[in-house]
Every structure is written in C-alpha cells, then in structure tokens.
Design a protein around this ligand. Structure first.
Ligand SMILES: [Zn+2]
Ligand SMILES: [Zn+2]
Length: 303
C-alpha cells in the first residue's frame, strides 16, 4: 500500500483555508444533514405533499447531471464537445450541487486520477472510509490547478463560474422556494407554506443526497464492488452507486477509460448521464463524444 494510516504528506491546510473556510464547509455539510432529519420527522408527522417530491426529483436531476455530465465528463475529462451556451448551462447546474466551483472540482478530480490510491490522492479509502467520504473535505484539502489542470485557469468561461459559484448555489435554493410557493398558491394554500417545504426538499434535502451520492463514488466505489479491469488503483464497479449517481458508480470502468463519456460499458450498466449525452448528440447539441471501442475494451481486459 502506498499510504499508511498516519496520512503522510497530506496537506491539511489547503483550500479552502482558515477558520472561516472550515465553518463554511461544516455548515454546508451539516445543515443539509439536519434538514434531512427534520424533513423525515415532518414526513412522519404528516404525509409529505407530492409537489415536494417532484421538486426534489427535478432538482436532484439538474444538480446531479450538472456534476456528472458538466463538471466530470465534459470539463474534467473532455469526453465530448458542445456549444458554449450549453457548456455554461451544465456548469451552472453543477454549481447548484454546492460541491465547489468548476476549477476546484476539476483540479481536485484530476489529482485523484493522477495519484489514485497513492500518496497525494485527495480522498483514498486507504486513509479510512470516513476520510474518503467526507473527512477529506472537513479536514481541508489542497487544490493545485497549476499542476493538475492548468488549462482550467486560462478558460474564461470556467473562471466566470468559479467566481460566481455562490450565485448558482443561491439560485439552486431560490428555484425550489419559488416553484414550491407558486405550486401551493395554485392549489389554494399560501405561498410561504409551499415555498418553505419546496426549499426544504428541493434545496436542502436534495443537497444532502447529491453530496452523499457524489462522495460515495470516492468512498464506496474504491472499497466495495467488482473489478473487471486491473487498474492501478482500488476503483470498483458498484451497482447501487451506479444507479443513484446516474452512471458514475461504474467507477472501475471509469478508471480504466477515464476519457470515455460513457461509464456503463455493458447494456445492463445503467448510466443515465450517458443516455442524456447520447440524446443530446442525436439532436446535434453535443459532438465528438468519446466512447470505448470493442478493440480497446478487449485489450484492457487482457491486461
Ligand atoms: Zn476514483
Ligand atoms: Zn474521473
């Protein structure tokens, strides 16, 4: 093993720095968690209204696909090309997931691919399952875009979305608030009653789910599951994360073919992100989609 339990040389004072940064991270991690417990308690008291669940599902899809298609397959791995306006829409949707701005996200992930389960990997389970899930964020980690993804720093559109990250977070809370309020007004109730439960389910509970599903790719998918490809890391294919994370749980496939826009390589490997990319390709909105050829697949299985 390249790492031991003492976590050698892992920077504990990286981005975001200082007490304010740590308080922000704790708030972002803990508030959605408490809100989820509160939402469950509400659900127990009186049945939750189905508009809340619809708003939850739609916001989960928007933010989740923003991360999987926008930040991950498009920005980090250049898995396909698209128009600047659609690229911007994906980056905006990803911001609503409240994970980080695009430069921070992509360079952290490039570092993970460069040093997977070796010294310097931001979130290897060799340092503990909790560390790989959320501990690495709470501890503070070091992003190095100059080293891992210097091209991100030269991309004006990416810089814009990095600077305006807080705006997209706020928009991701405002949308379920307003939609929930209008929906409840349309059914004769007050604006505020629907707005608050819309904010709770479509905002905070949705952020909680998006966070833990994304983090599960780093923790569960480097710990539990199958390894059809003998990659030089601990990546695994995990069916539960595969479905919940819209295809990202086929993580051993992904480490074997990082630039492929499709992570599900078998027909039964559900990959919602890949289906959306394929649909966008069919209507001409994305092109140059990178896929694994049967020859590449065969060669990788033999090695
Ligand atoms: Zn990985
Ligand atoms: Zn990746």
């Amino acid at each position: 093993m390249a790492l031991d339990a003492s976590r050698p040389n892992i920077e504990s004072t990286g981005h975001p720095q200082g007490l304010a940064g740590r308080i922000t991270i704790l708030t972002v991690v803990i508030v959605p968690f408490i809100a989820t417990l509160y939402a469950i308690w509400l659900l127990w008291k009186v049945a939750v209204d189905w508009p809340d669940l619809v708003i939850f599902a739609v916001m989960y899809l928007i933010a989740g696909l923003g991360i999987t298609i926008g930040y991950h397959r498009m920005l980090t791995h250049n898995g396909f090309q698209t128009y600047p306006w659609l690229r911007g829409a994906f980056l905006a949707a990803a911001g609503m997931a409240v994970e980080s701005g695009p430069i921070t996200w992509a360079s952290t992930h490039l570092k993970h691919h460069a040093l997977s389960d070796k010294e310097g990997d931001p979130h290897s389970p060799l340092e503990g399952l909790f560390h790989s899930h959320v501990g690495w964020i709470i501890d503070g980690w070091r992003t190095e875009p100059e080293k891992h993804g210097p091209w991100l720093l030269k991309d004006e559109q990416v810089g814009f979305f990095e600077r305006t990250f807080v705006f997209w977070v706020a928009l991701g809370l405002a949308i379920p608030f307003v939609v929930g309020g209008l929906w409840s007004m349309a059914s004769g109730a007050t604006f505020l009653s629907g707005a608050l439960t819309g904010l709770l389910w479509g905002g905070l509970v949705r952020i909680f789910f998006t966070h833990h599903v994304t983090w599960s790719v780093n923790s569960i998918c480097h710990t539990f599951g199958s390894r059809p490809f003998a990659t030089k890391d601990l990546s695994r294919n995990n069916v539960i994360v595969g479905v919940l994370a819209m295809g990202e749980g086929w993580h051993n496939n992904h480490h074997a073919f990082p630039n492929s826009a499709e992570h599900g390589l078998e027909w039964w490997q559900f990959d919602l992100s890949a289906y959306v990319i394929r649909a966008l390709e069919m209507v001409g909105l994305v092109w140059d989609v990178k896929r694994v050829t049967p020859e590449q697949l065969q060669r990788r299985l033999e090695n």
